[in-house]
Design a protein around this ligand. Structure first.
Ligand SMILES: [Zn+2]
Ligand SMILES: [Zn+2]
Length: 333
């Protein structure tokens, strides 16, 4: 069983999990490779050829429960106090999206229609988990490379986590966006898009539906954001045309980063709006003030003591320089 505890000073939630035992024996076989379906828990969804049986070969994208979940979906959600402290049962979803049946290819090396299918799996899982009132927010993230915390196997995958609490970093974004909206009656992300499109110096690439840019106060060298040009709070509401456009841009942006960086290790986060079915009163203006987006954080080095202790980042590469380097690193498709 796991439990989630809240730091009463900072409001930061911490998951304590005793689930992480030794991995099940796989005889050195990769559990995410086609043909090894029996090595994972039963699949949640999979897209493949007609007539394919569950947990068998013939799929292109496959979603399975994490074999070592941080949180348990079958447990009842309990919010409770321990003396002066707040805690929650370790209730949540923890899934793996296997992006390709092939072992050797990274997301950026996959064909565009395959990346679009991965994005469709993201949308389907967010949609499904938002139907569960226990979960306040659903995160999709991806760790690539050992420096970014990617565990074995080195097979392209993303993770889905549905949480009964709102993590501090996400709450900061939501509250900051709402503050901007309450003062200016405009979405802060739409304002950033307008400013960056006018200025141009921090843009990496602009497509019909999206813009990739280096944010004004980037925390790490080559931190890159992908913003949809159409305002909307929820990723899962994107159209097929937008998803296809995003797949092409993601391949291009990750390809540029992989060309420029010595080791292509990065974390990718998808920030979609929180679940308004839980606590509808809390997010009254969210549809107007929040703008779903992707943040990619290349990991060139570990955070140093100063960053960990102060939360203030020191970055040796300005976003203007990073954008120029990435614009020039266009990789032929
Ligand atoms: Zn594999
Ligand atoms: Zn917006």
């Amino acid at each position: 069983m796991s439990v989630i505890r809240r730091n009463p000073i900072t409001g930061r939630w911490v998951i304590f999990s005793d689930e992480a035992g030794p991995p099940p024996p796989t005889d050195g076989r990769c559990p995410f490779c086609e043909g090894n379906e029996a090595l994972t828990p039963h699949e949640i969804i999979a897209w493949g050829r007609d007539g394919r049986e569950h947990d068998s070969e013939g799929w292109s994208v496959r979603v399975v429960p994490n074999a070592h979940p941080l949180l348990r979906i079958e447990s009842r959600l309990e919010l409770f106090a321990e003396g002066m402290y707040d805690a929650a049962s370790g209730t949540g979803a923890h899934e793996v999206i296997i992006e390709t049946p092939e072992h050797k290819r990274s997301l950026a090396e996959l064909p565009r229609d395959q990346v679009a299918r991965v994005l469709a799996a993201y949308a389907e899982r967010i949609n499904d988990l938002k139907g569960d009132k226990r979960f306040r927010c659903i995160f999709i993230f991806k760790n690539q490379g050992a420096e970014a915390g990617a565990g074995l196997p080195g097979h392209a995958h993303s993770q889905v986590i549905g949480l009964p609490v709102t993590p501090k970093a996400f709450k900061e974004i939501l509250v900051g966006a709402r503050q901007h909206f309450l003062i200016k009656e405009r979405c802060v992300f739409c304002d950033i898009l307008q400013e960056e499109m006018d200025m141009g110096a921090r843009l990496v690439e602009v497509t019909e539906h999206f813009a990739a840019l280096e944010p004004y106060a980037s925390r790490h060298p080559f931190e890159t954001w992908i913003l949809p040009r159409r305002h909307g709070p929820d990723f899962e509401a994107v159209t097929d045309a937008e998803r296809d456009d995003l797949a092409g841009l993601l391949i291009s942006v990750l390809g540029r980063l992989e060309k420029v960086l010595p080791r292509p290790a990065y974390n990718l986060f998808l920030y979609s709006g929180p679940n308004r079915k839980t606590n509808p009163d809390r997010w009254k203006t969210l549809a107007a003030d929040f703008h779903w987006h992707i943040e990619i954080l290349p990991r060139l080095f570990y955070e140093a003591g100063f960053e960990v202790g102060s939360g203030l980042f020191a970055n040796a590469v300005t976003p203007e320089t990073a954008a120029k380097v990435l614009r020039e690193a266009e990789r032929p498709l």
